[in-house]
Design a protein around this ligand. Structure first.
Ligand SMILES: [Zn+2]
Length: 289
């Protein structure tokens, strides 16, 4: 089969293997992996351009704004708690930019404690909503005229065609002693790497995830953009019941459907086990210049 991608974005190797035929919303795209560095990518990314994101085409057409905000609240809160814990009382003296801020759920929490918050978002349809929330959101980070002490990128990097170029660009907006926090889905998620759950693979591989990183490839990309990696964390968003449901029923939603069986202690131990083997569903990287 003729693949459009001929060179690895990370290491320039031309040696790929196909790891999954088709993605959930496009049978013509394959998921491929560089045999040299292990970067996971799509066989072709010509379907994605700036206009695609400006028109909000990444979102499911059936999801309205209210529903979307409700669905992301748990992640927004987890991310906000993470930032609060990390920067403690100093947050009131910090300027924060959330790059790819989506519906602004995280920013709406952060604006209550930070000195100043900005968002960067391409999706034009959201700007009237941002105004009602008093959120200062730009379509281009160059329009923000002060350095940020904290820049966050939550599940954004895997959507970019040129992640190294974007990371380099963000350096111009990061204060000298600032931190860039990147959260991405892990290419080595246990459902893929340990359990090899075919139904999950069919569900998770998606035409909008142009790259999937593991700890190694994520750090390599960050270093190529000129950052120092100051911390790597493996975080498990989904519960053990979500995983058991995938393995038994082959469907998402187990954390809700079997939620009554979930236990905080069990999930904590399970999360530690997944972290130990670097097979959590999420990786958080902290970078400095
Ligand atoms: Zn490579």
């Amino acid at each position: 089969m003729q693949e459009k991608k001929t060179k690895c974005y990370n290491c320039q190797s031309e040696d790929f293997k196909i790891i999954h035929l088709g993605v959930r919303d496009n049978d013509a795209l394959n998921v491929i992996q560089c045999k040299n560095c292990g970067l996971t990518t799509l066989s072709d990314d010509s379907h994605i351009n700036e206009k695609f994101y400006m028109e909000g085409k990444m979102l499911d057409k059936t999801t309205n704004l209210e529903c979307w905000i409700k669905n992301t609240y748990q992640d927004d809160k987890r991310r906000f708690d993470f930032i609060k814990k990390k920067f403690k009382k100093n947050l009131s003296q910090k300027t924060l930019t959330d790059f790819g801020c989506g519906n602004g759920g995280f920013l709406n929490l952060a604006k209550e404690v930070c000195k100043k918050v900005y968002g960067v978002e391409l999706h034009k349809g959201l700007f009237s909503y941002f105004e009602t929330c008093n959120l200062d959101v730009k379509t281009n980070i160059n329009d923000i005229n002060e350095p940020s002490d904290i820049i966050t990128m939550f599940h954004v990097l895997e959507h970019l065609k040129e992640p190294i170029d974007t990371l380099k660009k963000l350096k111009n907006n990061l204060a000298e002693d600032g931190k860039l926090i990147i959260e991405v889905p892990n290419a080595n998620d246990a459902l893929l790497k340990l359990y090899k759950c075919k139904k999950f693979a069919q569900f998770t591989y998606w035409s909008c995830h142009l790259y999937l990183f593991n700890e190694k490839t994520l750090c390599e990309i960050a270093k190529k953009a000129g950052y120092k990696v100051t911390k790597i964390q493996h975080v498990q968003r989904y519960t053990i019941m979500n995983h058991l449901y995938w393995l038994i029923k082959g469907k998402p939603g187990g954390h809700i459907k079997w939620g009554k069986y979930d236990s905080i202690i069990l999930n904590k131990i399970y999360s530690q086990f997944l972290s130990l083997f670097k097979i959590t569903d999420t990786i958080i990287l902290e970078l400095s210049i």
